[in-house]
Every structure is written in structure tokens, then in C-alpha cells.
Design a protein around this ligand. Structure first.
Ligand code: HEM
Length: 430
């Protein structure tokens, strides 16, 4: 049978609001009612989105590199990252760029970035208030933005980097709300002014700053990621032109910091509410080891996946969960559901880093970075950054939660984010 699996029957507008405002309860109710695979109708889209969570289904989906992208990714990202972004290109064009952009993100290159992370964290922690509550998430955002700017641009004009940081932070804040996302879907459905148009002024300012950086590196290449992008050549010997370099820079700057900051904020929310795990981790960090730290990062990305969906549009028939889905179907793993399957993770809602001491995460039941030929380019970078930042923070500050209640999941851009920004109280360590 080539029919789509059943799903909620509420009007698309209601399904979309539930997804934007209460994503976890929406997903859980779909799991209860329909099981492993179901179809969701998002407002403003012609076709349903099939959501799957069984590892076999995810393997089957990500195993075929020819599938393309569903339209939702471009709706959310194109106005910011631009049409040549690695995140949005497909097929041969995508693979050719991916090959060019992989080298600086290879696992073995990570040591080189550790000191950048350590410096950025130290500078930020030195400015934290002592003994009174503050939100950790904005600090993690400033830190990870500083890190990616330094990795991408290396040594550069300090005032220009500060202006870029300020404009990029403003752009993300302006595009964050669920209300804006709903407005985008409304204008898609009914026409009318594009709510993202007002972001154009700030993207133009950012473009001007990026153009200055690109021109400088063309004249004087260095060791940084931007110089590498400019020096890279496609198989036919051609380089990327300036417009494309701009889109790939924007992609790295945007994809490379908000996600990692949010993952760090979640990790601290989880750790501070699990004193045994925190104590064990602090002991290990003080001893200069990182086995438990790696498990904490894996468990945090499992229980609080930052990016909820990483979908594809089928270019060939796919057999999953007893269904035959035709070409053209939009389908995505529901990452939260894949990560909280009781058959893969005993006590799936418990924060237990120990589970990853016994078994490393398995490829298709642990997919915070998506999978296959589009798996996150910065996964090794993000995990390195999380490890170094967590260890550095725990070495310098004793933290406790500012309130007894754990953070709720709220949408921010395309991510699941802690609704109050992970409020903590910090004290210097004796
Ligand atoms: C915890 C942090 C991060 C998370 C959770 C995350 C998650 C993701 C996900 C789910 C995708 C889509 C994968 C797919 O469609 O299968 C993705 C793609 C991507 N990410 Fe990340 N990411 C993180 C950090 C980073 C960092 C630090 C960078 C760069 C320095 C980065 C750069 C990219 C790029 C360039 C892509 C597009 C890859 C492609 O289409 O080939 N990400 N990421």
C-alpha cells in the first residue's frame, strides 16, 4: 500500500499551533494515538509531513543519499543563510560544497580550536554575577558566537568582529519567536507582506561586514576557515564566488552557535537538577579526565535534542513501518520520539549519563545531528565545544538552579530551547 500513515485530524492551523507552542505534548499525544509513524499537517504546506521514530525507519531514510529536502527548511532559513547555503542545496551541488567545507571540521582538527573555546568561556565567566540569579542561555549564546567568529575569521579587526557579533545576535533574537514563524506561514498561505522583510536591514549590514572580511582574505589569505573557503576549488578547478562564500559564512555563523549555546544551557539545566551526576562530573573534571563528561554530553543531547526535525523529500519509494511511501513524500525523524523510546533507552525520561558509559550512542537511535550525507557538518566541533565549555565553567564556578522547576521546552527559531533561559546562581569555587 502506498498510503501515508494516519495522523491527527484537527485542522492544520491547530496542529501547527500545538507544534509551535507545546511541541513535546503534541509529539507525545501523536505517539500515544498512532505509534511509530504518523502524518502531521502543517499550515501553509500542500502535503503532510510523515514523522517516524523507529531506528530501522531512520536508517532506511538516511541511507539513501539522493533524497532531497522538504520545503520547510528553506522557509525558515533561506532569508537568513541565502540560496547557496550548504543547508539548502541539494544533490550534486550539495555534495560538491560539502566536500569543500569538511576539512576544517574533521575530528582530528578539533584540538586546534580548544584554546579558542577556553578563552571565550573564561572571559564570559569573569563577568557573571555572584550570589544572585541570572539566565545562563544568553551567556552561552555570546560565548559560542565569540568562538565561531574567532574560528571562522581568525585574527581580525576587533571592532568589526564586535559589530558582527552584535548584528548576528540581533538577527537571531528578531527571528526567534513562534509568533514570527506563524506569521511566515500565514503569509505563505494568504500572501501579503513577508514578516521576514524587516530582517533585511540587519542582514544587509551583516553582508557589508562579511564583504570586508572576504575582500581582506582574498588579498591576504591566513590560517582561518574563511581563508580555507576562499582557497578551496571544485573538481573543475573553479573557486566559490563572493556571493556563495557569503552564504556559506552565514551558514557556519548561524548553524554554528545558537544550537551549541542551547545544548549547553540544557546540559546545565539537567546537571543542576541531578546533584549526583553533577558531583561525579565535577570530581572528574578536577581530576583532568573526560569519560563521564562525554557521557553527559551524549545524554543531554539525547534527552534535550536541540533541533527537533531533520527531514527529507523522498526521491524514491521508501518502505518503513509496514508502509510504502511514494516519491515526493515529506518525511522526518521526530528526534525527541526517537530519543525517548523505551525499547532503546530503559527509563527513557531519566537523565542517566551512565547509560552512555556502558554503550556508546547508536547511529540511528541517537540523531541530535541528523544523519547520512547531510549529517551536521559541525557535530565534532559542537561536542568539543560543549566538553571544553562545561569543564571550564565547572572548574571556575559552583552553580545551583535559581528555581526548583525544570525548564519547559519553548521554540526558538528552528530549535527547542529552555523557556526561561536556564536561570542559575553562581559562586566562585573555593
Ligand atoms: C549541539 C549543536 C548542534 C546541533 C544539535 C546541530 C544539529 C544539526 C542538524 C540536526 C542538522 C541537519 C542534519 C540533517 O539534515 O540530517 C545540522 C546541519 C548542519 N550543521 Fe549543525 N548542529 C550543531 C552545531 C553545529 C556547528 C557547531 C556547526 C558549524 C560550526 C554546524 C553546522 C552545520 C551545517 C553546515 C549543517 C548542514 C550540513 C549539510 O546539509 O550537509 N552545526 N546540524
Amino acid at each position: 500500500m502506498t498510503t501515508l500513515p494516519p495522523g491527527p485530524t484537527e485542522p492544520p492551523v491547530l496542529q501547527t499551533l500545538r507544534w509551535l507552542l507545546r511541541p513535546i505534548s503534541f509529539l507525545e499525544s501523536c505517539r500515544r494515538r498512532f505509534g511509530d509513524a504518523f502524518s502531521v499537517r502543517f499550515f501553509g504546506f500542500q502535503t503532510p509531513m510523515v514523522m517516524v521514530s523507529h531506528p530501522d525507519a531512520i536508517r532506511a531514510l538516511y541511507g539513501v543519499r539522493e533524497h532531497s529536502l522538504p520545503p520547510g527548511r528553506a522557509v525558515a532559513l533561506l532569508p537568513i543563510v541565502g540560496p547557496r547555503s550548504l543547508l539548502l542545496l541539494e544533490g550534486r551541488e550539495h555534495l560538491a560544497r560539502r566536500r569543500l567545507m569538511l576539512p576544517p571540521f574533521h575530528g582530528e582538527r578539533m584540538r586546534a580550536y580548544e584554546s579558542i573555546v577556553r578563552d571565550a568561556v573564561t572571559r564570559d565567566v569573569d563577568g557573571w554575577p555572584e550570589g544572585r540569579p541570572f539566565a545562563l542561555h544568553p551567556h552561552m549564546q555570546a560565548t559560542t558566537l565569540d568562538v565561531i567568529l574567532r574560528a571562522v575569521f581568525g585574527v581580525t579587526d576587533v571592532a568589526r568582529r564586535a559589530r558582527l557579533a552584535e548584528r548576528l545576535g540581533g538577527l537571531l533574537a528578531a527571528s526567534a519567536s513562534a509568533g514570527l514563524q506563524f506569521g511566515v506561514l500565514l503569509s505563505r498561505r494568504f500572501g501579503g507582506p513577508d514578516p521576514l522583510a524587516r530582517l533585511r536591514t540587519v542582514t544587509q549590514e551583516i553582508d557589508a561586514l562579511l564583504a570586508e572580511e572576504i575582500a581582506e582574505r582574498r588579498a591576504d589569505p591566513r590560517e582561518d576557515i574563511l581563508s580555507m573557503l576562499i582557497g578551496a576549488r571544485f573538481e573543475d578547478g573553479e573557486p566559490m564566488d563572493d556571493r556563495e562564500v557569503r552564504d556559506q559564512l552565514m551558514t557556519l555563523l548561524i548553524a554554528g552557535h545558537e544550537t551549541t549555546a542551547t545544548a549547553l544551557a540544557w546540559t546545565f539545566d539537567l546537571l543542576l537538577r541531578h546533584p549526583h551526576a553533577l558531583e561525579r562530573l565535577v570530581g572528574e573534571v578536577d581530576a583532568g579526565e573526560e569519560t563521564y563528561l562525554r557521557a553527559v554530553v551524549a545524554e543531554s543531547l539525547r534527552l534535550r535534542p536541540v533541533v527537533p526535525l531533520a527531514g527529507r523529500r523522498l526521491t524514491s519509494e521508501l518502505h518503513v513501518d509496514g508502509l510504502r511511501l511514494p516519491p515526493g513524500t515529506d518525511i522526518t525523524p521526530a528526534i525527541w520520539l526517537a530519543h525517548t523510546r523505551a525499547d532503546r533507552y530503559p527509563e527513557p525520561f531519566a537523565f542517566r549519563p551512565e547509560r552512555f558509559l556502558e554503550h556508546a550512542p547508536t547511529t540511528y537511535a541517537w540523531i541530535p545531528f541528523g544523519g547520512g550525507v547531510r549529517r551536521c557538518l559541525g557535530a565534532a566541533f559542537a561536542e568539543m565545544e560543549m566538553r571544553v565549555a562545561i569543564a571550564e565553567i565547572l572548574r571556575r564556578r559552583a552553580l545551583r538552579p535559581a528555581s526548583p522547576a525544570a525548564e519547559r521546552v519553548a521554540r526558538r527559531n528552528v530549535t527547542f530551547s529552555p523557556s526561561s533561559g536556564t536561570r542559575v546562581v553562581a559562586a566562585a569555587r573555593s
